[in-house]
Ligand binder design. Structure first.
Ligand SMILES: [Cu+2]
Length: 392
């Protein structure tokens, strides 16, 4: 048990039956620590992390001392949390006879092992091989047509949040579309209303297991009048129960724990930043989002054009809740953002913004392996240009 995460969590009691679990399912079920074990809950982790960092010849201070070493190669998963911040999926776009925009998608449900922290693998259930699934982006009133093809060995659905007819609701309730059995498909079709920061997820039983396994994603509907131009990010707060005891061991944004601590997210000082934030963590009642050196406005569910909270630095989201965060960072430098549930932060839900002036922008991008394309996608994600607040 030489893995850095295990060293980091050595202060916690190792879960019951760790050896049996690991032996039964191999690396896919690496049990770490029981999330809510009555273990020591302060101190210790800094020493372990510092020792690991020192062994690598690096400064612990560079990593906030609470961050595991090593990185997850995006090639391993076939997706990159940093790219997921900006990789909106507009579907196959065409016009219906009446002029309405049609966006068509195909989601294939499949089983896939993913790496959720360096060396920690998880047997996920996915839409299109990624966790979270594709980030649907559209304009209020667009027609969505999403075909679910079940290429996995379990029944699944897609349940969208928002207004839609009963047979498009994607649950096992009679008249709700029903379960899509392995090998079968079902097409969900409805108009995208209302505008907001929505999401979709599987609604097969056991609901918590199907969601927790990774079957969820963002569904962002732009108001017809758009929102003011901004650098936009999609952040799904998620977590993973690696030993299947009903408690999470690894917490993250966009799946990989500590990813944005290893690779600080570049933003320009003073620019408007808009984050579509959602909480898909199962087994814990509440998650939160907290910024350092920055205060933000918040739009609960994203269904209003005026903030529902102003000038806050922490917001809570219950299971399934979501909203839009907007801010301008006044100072340059590294600033943490993380769950203010401290335990989650120590188990992976910790990231940094790298706030820079224009002169430092190119270096900030290259430092974390980003290109001008990432920059462009962050600024050009909206499906409709800002029209000064008009919504029709
Ligand atoms: Cu499912």
């Amino acid at each position: 048990m030489n893995h850095p995460l295990l060293k980091l969590f050595s202060r916690r009691e190792l879960v019951r039956g760790l050896g049996a679990l690991a032996g039964a399912t191999g690396a896919a079920a690496l049990g770490l620590a029981q999330n809510n074990a009555p273990a020591e809950h302060s101190g210790g982790s800094g020493h372990a992390a510092a020792a690991t960092v020192a062994a690598k010849g690096m400064s612990a201070a560079d990593h906030g001392s609470n961050v595991v070493m090593g990185v997850v190669d995006p090639e391993t998963n076939g997706f990159d949390p940093m790219q997921m911040l900006v990789d909106w999926d507009y579907g196959k776009v065409s016009k219906l006879p009446g002029g309405q925009t049609l966006r068509e998608y195909e989601f294939v449900a499949s089983e896939k092992e993913i790496e959720i922290a360096p060396g920690i693998f998880f047997p996920a259930w996915t839409y299109n091989g990624r966790v979270p699934g594709p980030s649907i982006r559209c304009t209020e009133g667009d027609r969505l047509r999403v075909k679910l093809v079940n290429g996995s060995s379990h029944p699944h659905t897609i349940h969208f949040h928002g207004f839609h007819p009963a047979n498009m609701d994607g649950t096992p309730l009679p008249g709700n579309g029903g379960l899509v059995q392995p090998g079968d498909s079902y097409t969900y079709e409805f108009d995208a209303v209302p505008f907001g920061c929505h999401k979709y997820h599987c609604h097969a039983a056991s609901l918590k297991r199907h969601i927790h396994k990774g079957m969820y994603g963002a569904f962002v509907v732009d108001p017809k009048g758009g929102r003011p131009p901004a650098r936009e990010f999609m952040m799904v707060m998620n977590a993973f129960d690696t030993n299947f005891d009903g408690g999470n061991e690894v917490y993250a944004v966009n799946t990989v724990g500590f990813e944005f601590a290893h690779r600080p997210v570049p933003i320009r000082r003073g620019e408007l930043v808009r984050i579509y934030l959602m909480n898909l963590v199962e087994f814990d009642l509440l998650n939160s989002f907290h910024t350092h050196g920055i205060m933000f406005d918040y739009y609960d569910h994203g269904t209003t054009l005026e903030p529902t909270l102003r000038t806050v630095d922490t917001v809570a989201q219950m299971q399934g809740q979501r909203g839009i965060v907007e801010f301008r960072a006044p100072y340059t430098g590294p600033f943490m953002f993380h769950a203010h549930v401290s335990e989650f932060a120590e188990l992976g839900w910790m990231g940094h913004f790298n706030v820079v002036e224009e002169a430092g922008w190119a270096e900030a991008l290259s430092r974390v392996g980003l290109t001008a394309e990432w920059d462009k996608r962050g600024l050009d994600g909206a499906t409709v240009a800002w029209k000064g607040g008009e919504t029709a």
